[in-house]
Design a protein. Sequence first.
Length: 111
Amino acid sequence: MLDIQDLETAGARVLQLTGRLDTNTSTVFDRHCAERVGLDARVAVDLAAVDYVSSAGLRVFLMVAKKLQKGGGKLVLCGLAPAVREVFDIAGFSRILDIADDRGAALAKLA
């Protein structure tokens, strides 16, 4: 199960995810981003309430980041729990994607 809250704040879009980002739910997140996130958007994805991210979830983050980069937008992830951060570190995604400690820091990077 994955819940996505989509908020506009301070000139950026905040996607607050709750639940698990796995093979089944990554398609929901991918579709949400494709339908609602413009190419030039400045997006913070708050993962504070996410306890699991699979390789399928990592792939969606990478694809969204590339799409935004090409369109002049930007993606910043924030609030990663230690277990989720470890997945990003092991996969090498913490070197590829922009990660902030919390939502405030992510919004500052998008300003």
